[in-house]
Design a protein around this ligand. Structure first.
Ligand SMILES: Nc1ncnc2c1ncn2[C@@H]1O[C@H](COP(=O)(O)OP(=O)(O)OP(=O)(O)O)[C@@H](O)[C@H]1O
Ligand SMILES: [Mg+2]
Length: 293
């Protein structure tokens, strides 16, 4: 199913193929029927303590069925923007809406519930190395009251789902191995399975391929792309390699010094259009990726 197909289904009031039932994902269901973006950020300002603004007037929309690549030099505010989407950045002004919730108005308990719907993938995988691959995936479902059975173990339905997800990311044969025994690319795929175990309505991936070789980078980005395509879950992925963003996203948002410099469908962008994001930038060494892509 293409993004166009997904948009057409949404326009007809249908969920994209594979999107879960209203009971499983109330926020996403609600949004799909209002034809609104799942995430909507307006005029966001963030400063740490008394420091300068690190995000200054950010507008961002994420729609069901789209994978958006976030580009920008080191320090441009990519991770801070991701943190704002889970209420972990000190928001000074503006609004951050995820589903039906304005994160700037939520109590801590409500924020926790929203966070449980956001699957996160990080550069360093953040697995528990001495636990098995399967257990790492199962921990993604811990917010669900049905995850633990009366004997204190994980329920059989959760185990089944975790194994299905490991199969989906191509790691089922490693289910019993310690997570630390896997390669980086394998660990990142486990981390994606763990994020899916949450039944997320949104996936945030902060430099998920920065530690991987070019081939595995493509594999991981294709996996994320497939999740968006098949289940309609929007993915925001920050990248340092411009050609990867051009090859694996529906839209590119480029940050420079905490502001949005570029925001356009990827099909309308060339590498030259993205150069200004990194202009006169000697620090990050990022972006062009001729060697990396
Ligand atoms: N916890 C913090 N306290 C103070 N300043 C911070 C904090 N986190 C980030 N910053 C500052 O905010 C700015 C944006 O940082 P951020 O980590 O969002 O950038 P980034 O685009 O993710 O960079 P990179 O590509 O290196 O990961 C930087 O100037 C950074 O020093
Ligand atoms: Mg960062």
């Amino acid at each position: 199913m293409t993004v166009t197909d997904t948009a057409a289904r949404i326009a007809r009031g249908q969920r994209p193929a594979g999107v879960r039932s209203p009971a499983a994902a109330p926020a996403l269901h609600h949004v799909l029927h209002e034809h609104r973006p799942l995430v909507s950020v307006r005029d966001l300002q963030v400063a740490y303590g008394d420091g300068p603004l690190v995000l200054d007037g950010i507008d961002l929309d994420l729609h069901p069925g789209e994978m958006v690549a976030l580009l920008g030099s080191s320090g441009s505010g990519k991770s801070t923007l991701m943190k704002a989407l889970t209420g972990f950045a000190p928001i000074g002004a503006g609004t951050v809406r995820v589903g039906v919730h304005d994160l700037t108005r939520l109590h801590r308990g409500e924020l926790r519930r929203v966070r449980a719907q956001v699957g996160q993938v990080f550069q360093q995988f953040n697995l528990v190395g001495r636990l098995s691959v399967l257990t790492n995936v199962l921990t993604g479902g811990l917010h669900d009251a049905g995850a633990i059975n009366l004997a204190g173990g994980f329920s059989s339905s959760h185990r089944r789902r975790a194994l299905e997800l490991l199969d989906r990311v191509g790691i089922a044969h490693k289910a019993k191995d310690e997570a630390r025994s896997l390669s980086g690319g394998q660990q990142q795929r486990v981390a994606i399975a763990r994020a899916l175990m949450q039944r997320p309505t949104l996936i945030l991936a902060d430099e998920p391929v920065a530690s991987l070789d070019p081939k595995m980078s493509c594999t991981v980005l294709e996996l994320l792309h497939g999740i968006t395509r098949d289940e309609g879950i929007p993915v925001l992925v920050s990248l340092h390699v411009m050609p990867l963003a051009l090859a694996h996203s529906h839209r590119i948002v480029g940050l420079r010094d905490g502001r949005v410099l570029v925001s356009a469908p990827t099909a309308q962008l060339s590498a030259a259009d993205l150069e200004p994001i990194y202009a006169n930038d000697h620090e990050s060494g990022a972006g062009h990726g001729d060697d990396d892509a």
